[in-house]
Design a protein around this ligand. Sequence first.
Ligand code: FES
Length: 205
Amino acid sequence: MSDQKMDSERRNLILATTAAGSVAVVAAAVPFVGSLAPSERAKAAGAPVEADIGNLKAGEKMVVKWRGKPVWILRRTKEMLASLETTKDSLADPDSKEPQQPEYARNTQRARPNPNPDTGKDGDDYLVVIGICTHLGCSPSDKSAEGNWHGGFLCPCHGSQFDLAGRVFKSQPAPTNLEVPPYKFLSPTRILIGDDSGAGTSSEA
Ligand code: FES
């Protein structure tokens, strides 16, 4: 074999090795980048979940899964909000004094102000609660207004009733209100569930 031929074969081998190395680097980079987004396992373990509420109309509810639990986001109408004052005397814990929710949920609406300019000065029309009955864990259903009942939620298992802020009525099997998870508004149309850091914890936040 001539020296010239040997040089040519060695150069080809070096090029092939370098190309294979480049492929390996790219292949290794893809799973790493992908792992920056929360995986299903991370979500199940408690990673925050973002919800787009931009298309939710007044009176509509959407459900988002967080930590394997259904979180309801209900955009309440002005009538629904007004009904919360009328239910007060019939409730077990109208001011949500039980330590089961963030500080900003300890008010009649059990909600924090939303920066949506369409919501008026109150901006508290979004109810965010975990849709699991606090008695034995069934899933309450929506119950629309009828007669003196202004609407709310009814647990099909043992009949616990909750108002439109997820507050349980007196003398029901469920001992406490539906739980409000930590959350914050990222913008007027996006909610982050599972993380309220940096957004303040009071009802004014
Ligand atoms: S589980 Fe809801 S009332 Fe018993």
